[in-house]
Design a protein around this ligand. Structure first.
Ligand code: ADP
Length: 499
């Protein structure tokens, strides 16, 4: 059963439009719109405004007009961000319900994990607002360099459709903490939870124009943000292909860009691993959010002698998972986001010998974009299935014979986002840490994250960092001033100055 989306979002989103610019709800200048549907059953949810370049320009100007005042008082920023965190927690049920209906992530996670993590990001970065200060460098001869950090001004942010609340908080919280203002374009497939977040931020006292939201499509509403002369930096989350386009446009405009792209991450199980725990992590990592997680470690590499036992364990764990309507608190796996994503997963799995592992409790909702969770043990290692990010609930299991082969296979991908390694050997854990080329290595765990734990892709998985102090550092520029108190002495001599 879906809640009525009208009861959950601000009434102005329906009467005026879903662009949030300068603290006001409005429609696109050309009155364009698009339909937002639910991945659960393809039900129409609402009509959203379809922003174009003129709307992006309005939003950027609104953000620019308040950038100086917002940058002024770090104490006020901190207090406000703590209030935003509180509002998010207070409205966990509404936020979670919208995210579930709009993105298909199970309600048992959206009302708990999504909300806690999003609120936690605001709390964490609230604590950083007055700690991102500079330093001094003694240069000798009565001279000191002051190294200061300044906000950039307006940041353009574009995010992906999976985990829409968390994605929005991951962009907004560090950007605000550093004293920047922001124009955020959520993904067109799941924009709704960001609208409620906007209303909650306003309720918490956020000044008009500090955060602006543009609903709409990438090339129309996202691309103009990248090239807009008043946008100083771009932060993007999405696919590798679009990331290349975003980086090229930012490069042409000589702007910094942060890219959080995809992955094809390995989960490595050595012969000394705690096998039941490793199997449970593999199932969780692969099937969480129906496989639509950038850091999913669904490329499972297992020591050859254990492979049969491991697959049996994974199948037994998966058999108890319930796939179906994510609005039901009992459901662990919901639908894929869209008919396009479903078609893509089907194309990648075509011809692969895959075994459906959740048959017992597979209850797709008619009209929804459901795909049955599968385990694959035989596939061509040079196929698109083996190489491309799938973003669907499919575990691919492959054996290895030696440690060296395990490291080599773990790195045999153009991506480098995450890895999960299972072993009881400290030596192997240490080697995994050093040898696997990726942004985060989980040893005997998976998807263990916090607001303070930085994560960023290596190789084709991205540029830059999200979460932690490291993420905030990217949203400030360094300004150096050199102060000389002892009097200037020109290396050319002082004669001309004194004559
Ligand atoms: P997905 O994550 O769905 O595979 P994308 O990487 O294309 O897809 O989308 C991620 C985000 O990038 C979305 O908000 C989308 O609207 C936006 N986007 C898509 N194309 C462009 C573009 N050319 N310029 C800027 N943003 C884009």
């Amino acid at each position: 059963m879906h809640e009525n989306i009208r009861d959950l979002l601000p009434a102005e989103c329906f009467s005026r439009g879903t662009l949030w610019i300068g603290g006001q709800w409005c429609c696109a200048a050309d009155a364009g719109s698009f339909a937002v549907t639910s991945p659960i059953d393809d039900r129409h949810l609402m009509v959203a405004s379809r922003a174009q370049a003129t709307d992006a320009d309005r939003a950027v100007r609104a953000a620019k007009s308040v950038a100086t005042s917002w940058a002024g008082d770090s104490g006020k920023r901190s207090a406000l961000m703590l209030r935003i965190g509180e509002e998010i927690r207070k409205h966990a049920q509404e936020l979670g319900t919208i995210e579930t209906v709009d993105s298909g992530r199970p309600i048992s996670e959206t009302t708990t994990d999504s909300v806690q993590h999003a609120a936690g990001l605001f709390d964490y970065y609230a604590g950083l607002t007055d700690k991102l200060h500079g330093s001094t460098v003694p240069m000798g001869n009565d001279t000191t360099a002051l190294i200061e950090r300044e906000p950039f001004g307006v940041i353009g942010a574009i995010s992906a459709w999976n985990y829409p609340l968390l994605n929005a908080a991951t962009k907004i919280a560090p950007i605000l903490a550093c004293g920047n203002t922001i124009v955020l374009k959520p993904a067109e497939q799941s924009p709704l939870v960001t609208l409620l977040l906007a209303a909650l931020m306003q309720q918490a006292g956020l000044p008009d124009g500090v955060v602006n939201i543009l609903t709409g499509f990438g090339p129309e509403a996202g691309a103009p943000l990248i090239t807009h002369p008043m946008v100083s930096k771009v932060s993007f989350t999405g696919s590798m292909e679009t990331g290349r386009r975003v980086a090229a446009a930012a490069g042409e405009a000589l702007k910094g860009v942060i890219l959080e792209l995809g992955g094809k991450s390995p989960l490595v199980v050595f012969d000394d691993a705690d096998l039941p725990r490793a199997a449970s992590a593999a199932v969780f990592s692969t099937f969480k959010n129906a496989g639509q997680t950038c850091t999913s470690c669904a490329r499972v590499l297992v020591a050859r002698p254990l492979i049969e036992q491991f697959v049996t364990l994974c199948s037994a764990i998966a058999a108890d998972l319930r796939v179906g309507d994510p609005s039901d608190p009992e459901t662990q796996i919901g639908p894929l986001i869209s008919a396009e994503q479903l078609a893509r997963v089907r194309r990648l799995i075509a011809g692969v010998d895959a075994r459906h592992v959740c048959e017992k409790r597979y209850r797709p909702v008619p009209g929804g974009h459901f795909f049955p969770p599968m385990i694959v043990t035989k596939y061509a290692f040079d196929s698109d299935f083996a190489r491309q990010e799938i973003f669907g609930p499919i575990m691919a299991v492959r054996p290895f014979d030696t440690d060296e082969e395990a490291w080599q296979l773990a790195n045999e991908t153009e991506y480098g986002l995450a890895a999960s390694v299972w072993t009881s050997s400290l030596h192997r854990a240490e080697r995994a840490r050093r040898l696997i080329e990726c942004g985060i290595v989980w040893i005997n765990c998976a998807h263990t994250l916090s607001a303070g734990t930085p994560i960023g892709g290596h190789k084709a998985s991205g540029l830059g960092i999200e979460h932690g102090v490291e993420a905030a550092e990217q949203y400030m520029k360094v300004k150096t001033s050199v102060l000389m108190s002892g009097g200037w002495h020109s290396p050319f001599g002082m004669r001309s100055a004194s004559t």
